[in-house]
Design a protein around this ligand. Structure first.
Ligand SMILES: [Fe+2]
Ligand SMILES: [Fe+2]
Length: 279
């Protein structure tokens, strides 16, 4: 199991995060008080870590210095980092967007959002793993076995964009159900056809909206859209004229999940936060 490092001084937050992460099957959460963030201990703390979660509101630690330091070290150059904070400002969003693999989790957050962020950093799993893990992990932190379906947690508060996000989540739900029944392969090409036209429409609608509201992160956001577009095109290309394999299903599952769990909840949410801050 991968090591997750938690840097936090608040016992309540720490216990909650540990409990939620443990419910996803991760039993290797190592928690450190933020005063342990010392140069001499860095390599011990971060070596072999697969994810770092930091309470960015801790007074003993400046998250900007921490991220900058970690990105300069070989062992933590690409370590995914989740900054947990109650104070998401435009400056913070701009600073975070300078780095790869640095996410923000806004307080207060529900268990599902935390799990989604942790899931996003999972290494590539097997087909069986994908189906089983989704059933147990995307469970809102409780023991209920529920699948990933549209909920208010995904809403960013911009009607048209929310409707379009619901559409892709519904397709993911269908893929998930068919994969469980062992029928995912037959759905694959239909899903690809949908995705190709969906990303065109959805991305151009979003980008139009970004321009309307003069969203300052538009360049980075468009770049992320292009990466997704290229990825989906290469997936379509690689599966053309051949039998759909388990690997194809895993790839498309991971692709949509990254889309759902990262892009909507982090990147698209930044736009909503910007618009709301502006009001
Ligand atoms: Fe979107
Ligand atoms: Fe987007």
């Amino acid at each position: 199991m991968d090591k997750i490092v938690l840097l936090d001084d608040t016992t309540v937050l720490r216990q909650r995060i540990e409990q939620v992460i443990n419910s996803t099957g991760h039993n290797q959460v190592e928690s450190y008080n933020q005063r342990h963030y010392e140069l001499s201990r860095e390599d011990v703390i971060y070596k072999d870590a697969k994810l770092l979660i930091v309470d960015a509101d801790g007074i003993k630690l400046n998250w900007r210095n921490l991220v900058q330091d970690l990105r300069q070290k070989d062992y933590s150059r690409t370590l995914p980092i989740i900054l947990v904070t109650a104070n998401v400002s435009l400056n913070m969003i701009i600073d975070v967007s300078k780095y790869d693999k640095v996410d923000i989790l806004q307080k207060p957050f529900n268990d599902m959002k935390l799990i989604e962020k942790v899931l996003w950093n999972q290494p590539a799993p097997t087909l069986e793993h994908v189906v089983n893990q989704e059933e147990t992990q995307v469970s809102g932190g409780s023991n209920d076995r529920v699948k990933l379906v549209w909920s208010n947690d995904f809403m960013i508060g911009i009607d048209q964009i929310d409707r379009e996000h619901k559409l892709i989540i519904d397709h993911f739900t269908k893929l998930y159900e068919l994969m469980r029944e062992g029928k995912g392969h037959t759905y694959y090409h239909e899903l690809m056809t949908f995705l190709i036209s969906y990303i065109d429409t959805h991305f151009s609608n979003e980008e139009k909206y970004h321009k309307e509201v003069a969203y300052p992160g538009i360049k980075e956001h468009i770049k992320a859209h292009r990466v997704f577009t290229n990825k989906i095109r290469s997936l379509v290309e690689s599966s053309k004229d051949k039998t759909v394999s388990d690997q194809d299903l895993i790839n498309i599952n991971i692709f949509i999940k990254q889309w759902l769990l990262h892009h909507i909840l982090v990147e698209d949410m930044k736009v909503a936060n910007y618009v709301n801050d502006d009001k």
